[in-house]
Ligand binder design. Sequence first.
Ligand code: 4AD
Ligand code: MG
Length: 429
Amino acid sequence: MARVWIEDLKNLVDQTISLKGWVYNVRSSGKVKFLELRDGTGHLNCVFFEKDCGPDLFLQFDQLTQESSVTVTGTVRKHPKRDEYELGVTELNILQIANQYPISHKEHGTDFLMENRHLWLRSKRQVAIMRIRHEIISSIRDFFDGRGFTLTDAPVFTPSACEGTTNLFETQYFDEKMYLSQSGQLYMEATAAALGKVYCFGPTFRAEKSKTRRHLIEFWMVEPEVAFNDMYDNMDLAEQFVEYIVQRTLKNRPQEFAALERDVTKLAPIKGPFPRLHYNEAAEIIKKENPDFIYGDDFGAPDETIVSNKFEKPIFVHHYPAAIKAFYMKEDPTDKGFAMGSDLLATEGYGEIIGGGQREDNLSILEKKIQEHGLSQEDFRWYNDLRRYGSFPHSGFGLGIERTVAWVCGLPHVRETIAFPRLYGRSYP
Ligand code: 4AD
Ligand code: MG
């Protein structure tokens, strides 16, 4: 008999088939017993009538515990009215009777669930999140691949800091000191000079001792870089990109959104153009609601929420003060003191999901910036070469996958957006 999955059943009505999976729930009411089976592709109600499956099997049923692994054989039936299927069982083969499963169908505390993350992943909610994450990642790849970008992944071991030295993860590389990558950007600037349009997609690391709902220690980032794009072209690209990801996920994953009870009407308007605010404009809005905000400072999470709550679409905030931004950001010659970069702030208080902008392409200014930031010129010798040999205006950005998944799914915390999160204070399982 050919192997089938629950997701295939609509094409197998009235046929006799076998399924393998796990017991999600059991229920019995005298002459009829019900097993809710899950196999990763869906859930199925399996119905046991004594007259169809015989008295022995009918008794065996009572041994079944939550998460026991089984093979069931029977006939596929369609619900007369709803788009649902069930199995009239004739055979049951128990592979293992599961020990008392720690996660029941009642509520559990977050710490307990995180400690049992490897099992928690089997729940309907976690399965829906993992599927949406997958959809987001495949739409990211399709977006760039369909526009002629080349994937040129960046190394994880890096000799230098891209995003400041305060949150670097130090590690040993034989006799040398090395760091885990905070961003692949600097390497994408080199491959952009070779291929024009490139991106990398991989894990990045920040040793941030912060327990917030948006910080992970290890997170995945996609980073496109485009030769000869300026900061405005860069915002256009980010806008098309975010619209594509959100709209495609909405279209392809209605069941998962339903399982999460996500209010999808909040995502429907996520289409370009997105509002664009100069730092000064955003600062004006924040000052009115947060008297503690100091002009010139970076925005805190509550500040981002104040601005983004004024709009039903994500917003770009551009031209942050150069002093609070990374060494590689180009200062605007027409707007002194401000950097040609932008962040994209998501709706519903989710805050920054993208950071990026135009890179400094003038060698002497860049060398000065490296010095001002207390970084070593020697570490950036190769990077500065990009300004020596055919320097070119170029821009790019980084989108954090987990923050994007949290926003799209409407989750309260990034801890549920990746199968095995690395958080400050949690590295198990
Ligand atoms: O704004 P960031 O630090 O920008 C960069 O790393 C640039 N080098 C990217 C580039 O231009 N190629 O990080 C970019 C994004 C943030 O907007 C956020 O979505 C995510 O990465 N991010 C984090 N996500 C989870 N946990 C953290 N600790 C994160 N730090 C940044
Ligand atoms: Mg940032």
